[in-house]
Design a binder for this molecule. Sequence first.
Ligand code: CS2
Length: 439
Amino acid sequence: MTDTATELPVLSRKGVPAPAVRIVHLGLGAFHRSHQVWFTAKAHDGAEWGIAAFTGRRPDAALALAPQDGLFTLVQRAADGDRFEVLPTIAEALDGADTARLNELLAAPTTAIVTLTVTEKVYDDDGPDTPLGRLVRGLAVRRAAEAGPIAVVSCDNVAGNGEVACAAVERIAHVLDPELAAWVRENVSFVGTSVDRITPRTTADDVALVAAACGYRDAAPVVAEPFASWILSGEFPAGRPAWEDAGALFVDDIEPFENRKLWLLNGAHSILAYSGQLRGHTTVAEALADPVCRDAMEAFWEEAARHLTLPELDVSGYRAALLERFANPRIAHYLDQIAQDGSLKLRMRAVPVLRAERADGRSGLGAARMIAAWMDFSVNAVEHGAEFHDPLEREVRAALALERRDRTVALLNLVDGALAQDATVVDRVDSLLGTFFRP
Ligand code: CS2
């Protein structure tokens, strides 16, 4: 921070009260702020829907936002310039460990919605101290307070996220108290959603830029592309903001929309993340500009598109828009961020397409190439002691001790057990290893 910046006033509400809390959020990070907070701020009734947002593992975001009254700047970064906007919707920014406040908010009948951005891996973890464990204990308090039904809205890139959240919450509740699980079934509506807005991590340059452009100090601005999409399916028994004012779409059957997003956008991201880093690139835009990576992405798109057949999905329009979004030269979306937790992400991004292609009697080469690139990337990272984040890191390391084909089977097994038993797929993936190494 420059001397001039430290002289600037800190962003604050200047005595204007924060909106009353009606939404609790678990997983306060940049994406929550560029997406759900923005949609709520844009709703015509958004001022009535304050959010109490809790952090996940680390309290950092709460520590940065609390001194600025939950306010922050959203920088919408278009190819031709930045737009700055202060969003007023986060009424409270809280440490995830503050379960007393969480329970208090969940026990209030005015709290109508819990939104989640807890990352893919949390849905598989039934520990009591995870965001979902905390949510379940909070729901027990809500039940005791007779505060009424509530909607839980998953905003993670997980296939069937509404059902997956429901299953995880019911599992954890059942262990705690079978009657609580029954109450959850009657009183908690799990809403499935497909969320989309590219939101790279904030850099020190972004913080300095906001100070210079806006004339105040914001320790935690968020940078995102102008595009945003939210598709939802499910009931809101205690009401919701008019998110459709900001373009949210409410549908009966979310699966085709979810598949379009997970395969075409996230799948492309993963293939660019692994192939791109193997070829020495650091951002999505750089990888896209490399014909080798781009061809791999387009080949995967061709396969995925065969299984996205509803006309309203407008796959060719969607693909054209993605090319433009990925190429945005002013968004530095780092491939290392996307590459994390690959073993889980590929289950949603590569496996369904590979399975669908196999079921139709085709090889699924494009999807297999994504998996092979992940294997090369992982082996390379672990062998060179580079950063490697994956919930199955231990298993990946163990696989490295094996001979080539056994290793391929073991790594494939981490992504999908059935595919690991399909010799044709194993051969195919094995033959694709090394595709992206620089000669
Ligand atoms: C990315 C997503 O990090 C990743 O795995 O694919 O975060 C992606 O940027 C968002 O889903 C875009 O909406």
